[in-house]
Ligand binder design. Structure first.
Ligand code: 26W
Length: 775
């Protein structure tokens, strides 16, 4: 079936590329080291508009589409938020007919599989290409040599002094194309992923030495460049392989882009009118240096010409909130791997610091803060500074994120170039997150709006507000949600062996495990709830709203605290779930190996979802938007994109808790360790006393709150968190009110479509226009 769908995809993909070539519009190239695409089959047949035909054909052959679709594995070439964002944005770019391409790496091993043994996380390799990948087209003839190491020599060529880079190693980049079909359009754009292969050029040199066996082994080593995705989504460790990956993908992409441009242009005069390059965080920021290098050293443009082009074509989006999260590369490492690039970075930094001196005088503190080179015991290149200096546009991913960039992370740069800084609030695609994953709700929305046009024009969802009081809609809404809950009940039983009741409130927190995302706050709240129920009289128990608490997410393999949180979740779950006093009143489930496909199943079946990062730490957050559009209520802190969600659907339709961003800043400045609330002290006592076993192993978790300053302010936020939870219980008892809140959540979610995000980027950052291929 995949191969038959693929034929259709290739046909449209081919027509689209021909059409772009003929029209020669300004194109967007989206550079990202991570794409979390998930499955492709359902998405493809829906976007191609052939779902009914395929379902019929399969039925005739005696297969069920649902069962078949579940056989497909996820393409998990990314970690979390940033990676899923790029996938959603590709869907919007295709659907909105933008002449865009994605570029990335074809990792042989995607994000690790999470296996839980005795409550502990273990990582297993995700060899997703084991049974072949029907969605990619290998382009053996589209390949480029990528150079590493070596030396730079000065040469005198055609009356000019030139720099010539003599590489020490060459690796071949081979293209694998992944068609991305738009919805309701023939346009099918391309996601080109590069794989590393040994280079022919390299062969000759090493085989010449006579050491045949070692030459073969060396050849194989080339392939390691694209072998594995780094599973850490916050810290940079200055690893050589990571830097090689970045440059490998950037160099191949830049060569490809320049070659395509030169196919139809004889000079670079119009390059900036035809090309926009978007950097998804700083991971691809070497592209800036590579473009300058190719234009100066290989195309023989002047430095000024190359510089002007670079400044006009690049834009950068940052996904980071804390300065420590910014990427730094040791100068020595970069200098040995990419000697010519280091020279160019120094040249850029020289002119930049000269400009700074002119503007601010000899303010050495400022100069050292803003310099692209960080001085110190180890000299580093600050990739964010490099990106800001060159890019014409720097975007944050939510309004609150932009405020933080202006006032903290990039304060100095904001003072210098206020006009560069903007935000484009993130979004998610309603095609995958409703049409594919929640067909019941999709049909219901279409029925009540009287059109399915909302799948391309999401603002039409607002029309649901008119019907919110309609009892018939409310009943149908509850029925659809109930069916999704039952599907989730079955999934939970299959994954964990636990039977849970669909009558309970399903309370979900699924995302990467991080201290700042505060899964620990959630678990401590659950212990508190458990303790309360244990101490209740029978008459009181009758009033308890039954809950199924669901937590899922992966911890970076080296992140000890996150791993402890996973274990605590299991230990607490074991205790609660087997306590006969508790029965169906409370269950705690950990869903293993959380990924895109799991999210597609869990989100439509959730009643309440939690987004409770310490205010000021989540740049945006996009999980919340998927829950919102599916009519799941949010329990959240006033952080990242939640602040904008409040504006759209109203605080009265959500459960908001915790310190505000400015309060967090104040408490941290004052350095006061506030007194912990008694309920929290009691709950921590239970953990410390070994109520859930493993007291030594859990000690650092308790210490982080009680003796290490409670950096993430669990103590401060605990009471208001419990209040928000109580408010959710109260609302759930009145199912009619709850249903109305749920309908209003979906109705108000339109702003958080990636179609809106991409529309804003296209108009305000990239300057590209739709280019629609005729049917
Ligand atoms: C390997 C190093 C590394 C470092 C940072 C890999 C990936 C990252 C990302 C920037 C982390 C990330 O995914 N950030 C999230 O980006 C989302 C999309 O903008 C936001 O919604 C989240 O708030 C942000 O945490």
């Amino acid at each position: 079936m995949a191969h038959s769908v693929r034929d259709r995809l290739i046909e449209r993909w081919h027509d689209t590329q021909q059409f772009f070539k003929k029209k020669d519009p300004k194109r967007l190239y989206y550079l990202s080291l991570e794409f979390l695409m998930g499955r492709s089959l359902s998405n493809s047949i829906i976007n191609l508009g052939v779902k009914d035909q395929y379902m019929d054909a399969l039925n005739q052959l005696g297969f069920s589409f649902e069962i078949l679709a579940e056989q497909e594995g996820d393409a998990a070439l990314g970690n979390g938020g940033l990676a899923r964002l790029s996938a959603c944005q590709m869907d919007s770019l295709a659907t909105m007919d933008f002449p865009a391409w994605g570029y990335g790496l074809r990792y042989q091993y995607g994000l690790f599989r999470q296996v839980i043994l005795d409550g502990f996380q273990h990582e297993q390799p995700d060899y997703w290409l084991n049974f072949g990948n029907p969605w990619e087209i290998e382009r053996v003839h589209v390949s480029y040599a990528v150079k590493f190491y070596g030396t730079v020599e000065e040469k005198h060529l055609n009356g000019k002094n030139c720099k010539v880079w003599i590489p020490g190693e060459t690796v071949e980049a081979v293209a694998y194309d992944n068609p991305i079909p738009g919805y309701g359009t023939r346009n099918t754009i391309n996601l080109r992923l590069w794989a590393a292969k040994p280079s022919g050029q390299y062969d000759m040199e090493s085989f010449g030495t006579g050491d045949y066996i070692n030459a073969i082994i060396d050849r194989q080593k080339a392939e390691t460049i694209s072998s594995v995705l780094y599973p850490d989504d916050r810290s940079y460790q200055g690893k050589e392989l990571r830097l090689k990956q970045q440059y490998f993908f950037v160099s191949a992409s830049v060569q490809d882009i320049i070659r395509r441009f030169k196919d139809s242009h004889s000079s670079f005069d119009k390059f900036h009118e035809k090309v926009a390059l978007q950097l998804n965080d700083t991971h691809p920021s070497l592209a800036i240096v590579e473009v300058i290098r190719v234009l100066v050293d290989e195309e023989h443009l002047s430095w000024k010409e190359a510089w002007d082009i670079a400044c006009n074509i690049f834009s950068y989006t940052t996904h980071t909130v804390v300065p420590e999260g910014l990427e730094k590369i040791p100068v020595d490492l970069l200098g040995s791997l990419l000697p010519r690039h280091l020279q160019i970075i120094y040249d850029i930094n020289f002119s930049f610091t000269e400009e700074l001196k002119q503007r601010f005088g000899l303010d050495y503190d400022r100069l050292s803060r803003m310099s692209i080179i960080e001085e110190g015991a180890v000299k580093n290149i600050r990739m964010a500074n490099l990106s800001i200096v060159v890019c014409h546009n720097v975007n944050g991913v939510s309004r609150a994120h932009l405020d933080t960039l202006k006032s903290k992370v990039f304060k100095d740069f904001y003072e210098l170039w206020p006009q560069k800084f903007h935000h484009k609030t993130n979004g998610i695609t309603q095609r995958r997150w409703v049409v594919v994953s929640n067909p019941g709700l999709c049909d219901l929305i279409t029925k009540w709006l009287g059109t399915d046009a909302w799948i391309r024009e999401v603002d039409l969802l607002l029309g649901l507000r008119e019907h919110v009081e309609n009892k018939e809609l409310q009943l149908e809404w509850r029925t659809v949600r109930r069916v999704n809950k039952i599907r989730l009940v079955e999934f939970i039983e299959a994954m964990t062996g636990m039977k849970v009741s669909p009558d309970a409130m399903f309370d979900v927190q699924i995302k990467r495990i991080h201290e700042y995302k505060r899964q620990l706050l959630n678990i401590l709240g659950i212990i508190h709830r458990y303790d309360c129920i244990k101490n209740m009289k029978d008459s009181e128990r009758k009033r308890v709203v039954p809950r199924v608490c669901i937590i899922g997410g992966k911890a970076a393999p080296g992140y000890e605290m996150a791993k402890k949180i996973i274990k605590l979740c299991h230990s607490v779950g074991e205790k609660i779930n087997s306590d006969p006093d508790i029965g169906d009143l409370l269950k705690l489930i950990f869903i293993p190996d959380y990924n895109v496909s799991v999210a597609e199943l869990v989100i439509p079946g959730s009643d309440l979802s939690q987004h409770i990062s310490t205010a000021g730490h989540e740049a945006s957050g996009t999980g919340s938007m998927k829950f919102l559009i599916n009519g799941c209520l949010l329990l959240a802190t006033a952080d990242g994109s939640t602040l904008e969600i409040i504006d759209e659907i109203g605080e009265e339709n959500m459960f908001i808790c915790g310190a505000k961003i400015h309060e967090v800043a104040m408490m941290r400045e004052n350095g006061e360790a506030p007194k912990l609330p008694l309920e929290l002290v009691h709950v921590l006592r239970m953990v410390r006393d070994g109520y859930f076993g493993h007291e030594e192993y859990f000690k650092p978790l308790c210490d982080s709150i009680e003796s290490a300053g409670d950096f993430y302010l669990l103590g401060h936020d605990f009471p208001s968190y419990l209040e928000a939870q109580a408010a959710a219980d109260k609302a759930f008892v009145d199912q009619e009110t709850w249903t109305k809140m749920s309908i209003l959540s979906t109705a108000g979610s339109g702003k958080f479509s990636s179609d809106r995000t991409i529309g804003d980027y296209a108009a305000e950052t990239w300057g590209i226009e739709p280019c629609r291929c005729p049917f």
